[in-house]
Design a protein around this ligand. Structure first.
Ligand code: PMP
Length: 463
């Protein structure tokens, strides 16, 4: 417990009565309101009453260097004193915007040497879809507009990026754009057809992509969106070789490969970017956000190849320019946060730490296989999940009333750890500074919570 002086009840009430939360089930929210998370330190957060939790979700896959870094606070304050904001429209810039762009170009794989700033992941994906359509217009290939994405992929919450998103649950009741985005099946090896090897399944996933391009007509397909490991769709690691082969298919039909590294960027998989280092993929574009500042400021970035930049940056008509941008593109305090965040990551070799502790984390989670409701432990490094099932052999799900993900998260929270429920899964994406001893603490809480959940389910006759 930390001795905190917040009026937690008043905060709870103000929040419940006035704050329209993103991604909220209002049927329960109106009764329970929010847990007020007031402070953080390292891998821990504290609620307004001072109770400490292991932050198993890193804020929302984003607080990579951990909470409460004095150096970060100072960098932000210093930049606010120097200049809090200046436009980067047309021919203006600020020192942090320029320096961070150069640093990102240095860290990004291959010819991704050009950076466009946004304020988050949705904006990065939204803007790149616009850029790529603009790119093909400039090449005179005006029919190349369609987007291919995957079922269960998550790419954002704007009208366009929610349309690109392939998680059906995320769109219930909302409109999406008609006939622009086409989804191919999710490359989830755990749920592959029975009797098929992972290799055969990988072949099928690649054929799905090529067949979709051919069905739509290569002259109509502009881009393919894919996360290296699908995050919100259930921490899905595709079959070996998937991304590299998918890129080859895209290249064959002049389809731009957009690697959505909003979650996987900045160390979560042990490298600054996962595309090349984890998956041997050289994408045409990387979109990113989240860990770029470890959540100390909202910032997103698009990393463009020389080839795309050369097309979109050469004026073709007099007066024509790249009319795309946001007031806060290249915000100096956000860019200063990005620079300091990267400096800390390099100085402390946080990627090396993730490469060392990540496999241990996964092994520890795999020790949960002695619990019969654990169906699959998957993911990589600091992006992991447990899939709960009624029967490991048949992979049958528990009934929806079991609300197994929520149930385990609730039990874990009571025991001092926040983990994220997604349907019948629980997802882990903690700060990257988590030590092996802290991994043990977290896994022990998950074990206790899953064991208690099994008892509850039996009592409630749901299992
Ligand atoms: N892409 C991926 C892979 C994401 O996980 C997310 C958010 N979780 C986004 C895009 C959207 O980012 P934001 O919420 O910052 O708009």
């Amino acid at each position: 417990m930390r001795n905190l002086k917040y009026d937690s009840k008043a905060l709870w009430r103000m929040d419940r009565d006035h704050y329209v939360h993103p991604w909220t089930d209002f049927s329960t929210f109106k009764e329970t309101g929010s847990d007020v998370i007031a402070e953080g330190d390292g891998i821990y957060v504290f609620d307004a009453d001072g109770k400490r939790y292991i932050d198993g979700i890193g804020g929302l896959w984003c607080v990579n260097i951990g909470y409460g870094r004095e150096e970060m606070a100072q960098a932000l304050a210093e930049q606010a004193r120097r200049i809090c904001y200046y436009s980067t429209f047309t021919h203006l810039t600020t020192p942090p915007a320029a320096e961070l762009a150069a640093k990102l170009a240095q860290l990004a794989p291959g010819p991704l040497n050009h950076v466009f700033y946004t304020t988050g992941g949705s904006e990065s994906n939204d803007a790149i879809a616009r850029f790529i359509a603009f790119y093909f217009n400039r090449l005179g290939k005006k029919s190349k507009k369609k987007i291919i994405a995957r079922t269960d992929g998550y790419h954002g919450s704007t009208l366009l990026t929610a349309t690109i998103t392939g998680v059906a649950f995320d769109k219930i009741g909302f409109d999406t754009i008609e006939d622009l985005v086409h989804h191919i099946p999710c490359p989830n090896p755990y749920r592959r057809p029975e009797g098929m090897t992972v290799e055969e399944f990988g072949d099928q996933c690649i054929a799905d992509l090529e067949n979709k391009i051919l069905e739509l007509g290569p002259e109509n397909v502009a881009m393919f969106f894919a996360e290296p490991i699908m995050g919100a769709g259930g921490v899905i690691v595709p079959p070996p070789g998937y991304h590299k082969r998918a890129k080859e298919v895209c290249a064959k039909y002049e389809v731009k490969y957009i690697s959505d590294e909003v979650v996987t960027g900045f160390g979560r998989l042990g490298h600054f970017f996962a595309s090349k280092d984890n998956f041997d993929l050289q994408p045409d574009v990387i979109t990113t956000a989240k860990g770029i500042t470890s959540g100390y400021q909202p910032l997103g970035a698009i990393l463009l190849s020389d080839e795309i930049y050369d097309v979109i940056s050469v004026p073709q008509e007099k007066g024509a320019m790249l009319t795309n941008g946001f007031t806060y593109s290249g915000h100096p305090i956000a860019c200063a946060a990005g620079l300091k965040n990267i400096e800390i990551m390099e100085r402390e070799d946080i990627c090396g730490h993730v490469r060392e502790v990540g496999p241990y984390f996964k092994k520890r989670l795999e020790s949960l296989y002695d619990l019969p409701i654990v169906g699959d432990v998957r993911g990589s490094h600091f992006m992991l999940c447990v899939e709960f099932v009624a029967d490991r052999k048949t992979k049958a799900l528990l009934p929806p009333e079991a609300a197994i993900g929520n149930r385990i998260s609730r039990l874990a929270q009571e025991r001092g750890a926040i983990i994220r429920p997604i349907g019948h899964l629980n997802v882990m994406s903690p700060p990257l500074t988590m030590t092996k001893a802290q991994v043990d603490d977290l896994v022990e809480i998950i074990r206790q919570s899953a064991t208690l959940a099994m008892d509850e389910l039996k009592r409630e006759k749901l299992w």
